[in-house]
Design a protein around this ligand. Structure first.
Ligand SMILES: Cc1cc2nc3c(=O)[nH]c(=O)nc-3n(C[C@H](O)[C@H](O)[C@H](O)COP(=O)(O)O)c2cc1C
Length: 168
């Protein structure tokens, strides 16, 4: 069993990353192979919208995105996983732009229309000062279960309200 976690915060040692590492420790203790992917360490460009501009280069036609960055590498790592932990701080009661750019814009169209994450189990984790952690965590957990072809499973989610504190 392979469990891969993707914290989408800019803070490598922030509240969200700390909760993610704790979750991965639990999975490791139970015998899983684990991998931690700090999204901030990878180059993920913006979607160039070729699906919508009449070009035949778009991801659904080619099976992969035409942009030469790290999005395909990370997509492959997630597809090779049995369980995926998606994590983000609440930014305006949404996942961070970094996470949305990767998950929704860059790989979301392909994974949804190919059911590319079918059968994988998703967990969402989020932290917030005072509002939005549970909502963001839940949205992340269900992100690949929705729509006609989203055939992943949402295993669970956990949001933590931390005020101005940092998690030890
Ligand atoms: C741009 C930005 C937007 C934020 N929006 C919210 C918010 O809507 N609600 C909230 O309670 N906290 C908000 N916060 C606070 C963070 O969610 C909170 O400090 C979180 O624990 C930071 O996680 P990190 O340490 O993993 O970066 C925001 C912080 C930033 C930098």
């Amino acid at each position: 069993m392979v469990i891969t976690a993707v914290p989408g915060s800019p803070n490598r040692n922030g509240n969200t990353a700390k909760l993610v590492r704790r979750a991965l420790e639990g999975a490791y203790t139970l015998g899983a192979r684990v991998e931690l992917i700090y999204l901030r360490d990878y180059r993920i460009e913006y979607c160039n919208g070729c699906l919508s501009n009449g070009s035949d280069t778009f991801c659904l036609a080619r099976g992969r995105c035409i942009i030469a960055d790290d999005a395909e590498l990370l997509k492959g790592k997630l597809m090779a996983s049995d369980g995926i932990i998606l994590a983000s701080p609440s930014y305006g009661i949404q996942p961070s732009a970094r996470m949305k750019n990767f998950l929704t814009d860059r790989i979301g169209m392909w994974t949804a229309y190919t059911s590319g994450f079918a059968g994988r189990y998703f967990v969402g984790i989020s932290t917030a000062g005072g509002i939005g952690a549970n909502k963001v965590a839940r949205d992340l957990a269900f992100s690949s279960t929705v729509g006609f072809f989203g055939r992943a499973f949402a295993s669970g989610w956990q949001g933590a309200l931390v005020g101005h504190e940092t998690i030890d």
